[in-house]
Ligand binder design. Structure first.
Ligand code: SAM
Ligand code: SF4
Length: 482
């Protein structure tokens, strides 16, 4: 069967829709209305943000259009404060695992696109998946996102098998405890299969929410050419019982201000339709150069570092309870600057070629098949730097494994849960990392970070609980979580 034919019936649901929830004209009218907000308008919005209430699009437009240096600094300060209050002093760590670069689509910006003859195509076999996972485990990884092109070779049954293979690969004290998925949009029936194998988050980036730009960068005769099939990917996941979904936009395709507003509209759509459950995380990758991909080298809408910083603070202020992922596409200096403004998850020690973990062991430089990584430091280096910056690196997977996702998770996240549960879990998983994988230098700095954190806790019962957990880990117990 022609690959496009596969979803022909499913597409009908969206072809017959009068409109979708992204209204390009409305977004621009809101941005234009607030072209020059007064500092008092900005402060009014910050007052609401301080209450940790999700902002409305017009309020976000005011922050986006703010050009006043003094109130921009107030935005950064509040974003940092909210991040600390909602997520505590912790950053969740993960690393991607590229399973296949075979792709039937032709996205102009991506090195995996079908018309690119300059990369070697490969899908990992089950043994090769275990090999990659073993290397990741030995570096200390506990969480991954599995990445696939869109190809008949990596259909949903293959994806399910690969997830099982990842979970079944164990090594001494190590294992991957949570596998998120970044793959093409799927049908409800296919998503039900994914749910059964215990995936973590189901993640699909819309790339650009701007209808016309979407058409330009995704050729019509490809599955990805269907804007609405992609736009409603998270709805179908929710319908199929996957209540942990993630959204994102690829920055550089269209005006960043429009994409930020659209991400908020997407969040509101999901919250309204699914009982208050919005996306678990938002991603905002910037386009990076890729082999034989001229589009990525001359971007009309390239986002400057300054605007990127603003974008991150604005998202933090607008959706205080949604996780925000910053990937290793960004250089270390950019990461250092923006993480305090609202980032809850980062990847580290990442390799993005198919088979990249094995290849990098032979000291081969990471390739830039799909795009070029900005931060190629080892996991150990980033863990150490995070501890030095006063944060606790977390490899925690407790919520997902205890069923605290979707509606349940939203309830928890809005309480003091993060401080009482996530912080101890973060400390336990950091301790595991320090005992099993860290260099001596990182171990010393990590232990100090744990002590510093414990010394600040006022509740002595919690201190005792954490100390007991740490003792058990030192005595050989693993995977302690609450
Ligand atoms: N094939 C699936 C899809 O397109 O949804 C998932 C895998 S795709 C490799 C994952 C993401 O990589 C895409 O959603 C896109 O946002 C991002 N990406 C593609 N080309 C990129 C580039 N040149 N620089 C940075 N990110 C890129
Ligand atoms: Fe394929 Fe995804 Fe790359 Fe598009 S972004 S070419 S769908 S791998």
């Amino acid at each position: 069967m022609n690959f496009l034919e596969k979803y022909k019936k499913d597409f009908e649901e969206y072809d017959n829709m009068e409109k979708d929830f992204i209204d390009d004209d409305l977004i621009w009218s809101q941005l234009n209305k607030w072209e020059n907000p007064k500092p008092s308008d900005v402060r009014q919005v910050l007052k609401k943000a301080e209450e940790k209430i999700r902002l409305d699009p017009e309020e976000m437009a005011i922050l986006i259009q703010n050009k006043d240096e003094e109130t921009i600094q107030e935005m950064y300060d509040l974003a940092h404060k909210l991040k600390r209050e909602v997520y505590g002093e912790r950053i969740v760590f993960f690393a991607p695992l590229y399973i296949s670069n075979k792709c039937a689509n032709n996205c102009l910006y991506c090195g995996f696109r079908t018309s690119n003859n300059h990369i070697t195509r490969k899908t990992l076999s089950m043994d090769e998946i275990s090999d990659e996972v073993n290397i990741m485990i030995n570096e200390g990884q506990k969480r991954t996102v599995l990445v696939y092109g869109e190809s008949p070779e990596t259909d949903v049954d293959f994806i399910c098998d690969s997830v099982k293979q990842v979970y079944n690969t164990k090594n001494k004290n190590g294992e991957i405890r949570r596998a998120n998925i970044n793959c093409a949009p799927l049908s409800r029936e296919e998503l039900k299969k994914l749910k059964k194998v215990g995936i973590g988050t189901f993640q699909v980036f819309q790339e650009t929410y701007h209808h016309e730009t979407y058409r330009k960068v995704h050729p019509k005769n490809t599955i990805k050419g269907n804007y609405r099939w992609r736009l409603y990917a998270q709805d179908r996941a929710q319908d199929a019982g996957i209540d942990d979904v993630a959204i994102g936009a690829l920055f550089g395709l269209y005006d960043w201000r429009f994409e930020a507003m659209a991400l908020l509209y997407h969040t509101i759509h999901l919250e309204e339709k699914y009982n208050g459950v919005g996306p678990h995380t938002i991603s905002f990758p910037r386009i990076e150069p890729a082999i034989d991909t001229p589009f990525a080298d001359s971007l009309k809408y390239a986002v400057s570092d300054g605007d990127f910083k603003k974008l991150i603070a604005i998202l933090r202020l607008s959706v205080p309870y949604t996780g925000m992922i910053l990937t290793a596409r960004e250089k270390p200096e950019v990461r250092r600057e923006v993480i305090p403004l609202g980032i809850s998850q980062i990847d580290a020690g990442s390799r993005i070629g198919v088979g990249g973990y094995r290849e990098s062991m032979g000291n081969k430089l990471p390739d830039k098949e799909q795009f070029q990584l900005g931060d190629t430091r080892a996991l150990d280096d980033v863990v150490r730097e995070t501890c030095e910056a006063g944060d606790i690196p977390s490899f925690c997977t407790a919520c997902y494994r205890a069923g605290r996702t979707g509606e349940n998770f939203m309830g928890y996240a809005k309480s003091k849960f993060v401080h009482n549960f996530c912080m101890p879990n973060a400390i336990f998983t950091l301790k595991e990392y320090l005992l099993d994988y860290a260099t001596e230098e990182t171990k010393a700095i990590g232990e100090k970070a744990i002590e510093n954190y414990i010394n600040k806790i006022e509740d002595q019962k919690q201190v005792q609980f954490i100390r007991e957990g740490l003792k058990k880990l030192e005595n050989g117990k693993r995977d302690i979580r609450i």
